[in-house]
Design a binder for this molecule. Structure first.
Ligand code: UDP
Ligand code: MG
Length: 331
């Protein structure tokens, strides 16, 4: 824990998860370095600030490039995960490693899609007293219509489910050291950072920016991964789907009860109760619905199962020579 907060010239760590980014890293790394140099020259952050790369078990030259960068300038530092664990875990690894060395972190992707210049506004907001500053995409012209539509539906659904998620904010955000210290106490293994950070509280604000095209390389988030992140997000943050199932069950039971009454009355009046086809389709429909409901409940049981194991959320296998780990993290 840093002894005293330094709100006017904070030490900034830019935390950048990287997975197979050998094409894009040489293009964006100098931009991150320039940003901390410029901010330090303007007296807004300390010159002890760093660009911290988290290599998420890349299979290409990414880690070698991070080593070269660290050798070229001491402001570049890097840690390497022992294997690929996904974007959320990579960001967490960087934040947890940075939290005892700095006053603020800014997490950002390494592909140049998020406007680096929004960091100026984030740092200003911190200097004015905010502890969390969310980067919010003002427009998403560079994303396809499909990505925009699915993303918008996702945020709406999350909020409808009672999760507090900032609209159009991904994981580009500033967090102060004291927020990180509190955040470290959130021990869940199923990570959905953008839904967890608002739960920490403290004063927060938003800074808007325009989202660009990826500078090089390819997105690691195809539709299947996006859907799984969305499903994970909802089930990690809310138990409303289970409540919905209960409500739906009550409704179906009521309708069936009315149906049974109707059949009994018809039979009592001596009218033939016909309708084999409708009966079969109702049985099939209800069985299908039951299986879906079981699946949703199973998802929560799976989450409980994973949480009870308390496995580490990240494992660092290596660091660049200019970055020594202070202690083994119990994350
Ligand atoms: N990333 C990671 N581990 C992974 C997948 C992605 O660290 O398993 C990093 C990636 O290098 C990038 C960021 O997470 O810096 C976001 O990934 P990407 O740009 O592919 O996602 P998109 O912006 O298309 O949603
Ligand atoms: Mg990207």
């Amino acid at each position: 824990m840093i002894a005293m907060e330094n709100r006017q010239t904070p030490v900034l760590y830019i935390v950048i998860p990287c997975y197979n980014e050998q094409e894009v890293l040489p293009l964006t790394a100098p931009q991150f370095l320039k940003k901390i140099t410029d901010l330090a020259a303007a007296g807004k952050i300390s010159s002890d600030s760093r660009v911290l790369f988290v290599n998420d078990g890349s299979k290409d030259r990414t880690w070698a490039i991070i080593h070269e960068l660290a050798a070229s300038d001491p402001h570049y530092v890097g840690i390497c995960q022992s294997r690929n664990r996904g974007h959320q875990n990579a960001v967490l690894a960087g934040l947890m490693e940075a939290k005892d060395r700095c006053d603020i972190t800014i997490s950002i992707d390494c592909d140049g899609q998020d406007d680096i210049n929004a960091m100026d506004g984030m740092v200003d907001a911190y200097r004015d007293g905010c502890d969390v500053v969310y980067g919010v995409r003002s427009k998403r012209d560079t994303d396809t219509f499909f990505k925009r539509f699915t993303a918008e539906s996702f945020y709406k659904l999350l909020n409808a489910m009672g999760a507090e998620v900032v609209f159009n904010h991904a994981d580009y955000r500033l967090m102060s050291a004291r927020v990180l210290q509190e955040f470290a106490r959130f021990k869940e293994v199923n990570l959905f950072l953008r839904g967890m950070v608002p739960l920490v509280g403290f004063k927060s604000t938003c800074v808007t920016y325009e989202r660009h095209e990826r500078l090089a390389g390819e997105s690691h988030y195809p539709l299947s991964k996006m859907l799984s992140l969305a499903f994970d997000g909802i089930t990690s943050l809310s138990i409303k789907p289970i409540r919905f199932i209960t409500g739906f069950g009550v409704l179906v039971a009521l309708i069936s009860f009315i149906g049974v009454l109707w059949a009994v009355v018809e039979a009592a009046l001596g009218m033939t109760v016909s309708g084999w086809a409708s009966m079969t389709s109702i049985i099939c429909f209800v069985s299908g619905v039951q299986l879906i409901c079981l699946g949703v409940i199973g998802e929560y049981i799976g989450k409980i199962y994973m949480e009870t194991k308390r496995r580490p959320r990240y494992i660092i296998s290596e660091t660049t020579p200019n970055f020594t780990r202070s202690k083994e993290e119990d994350a």
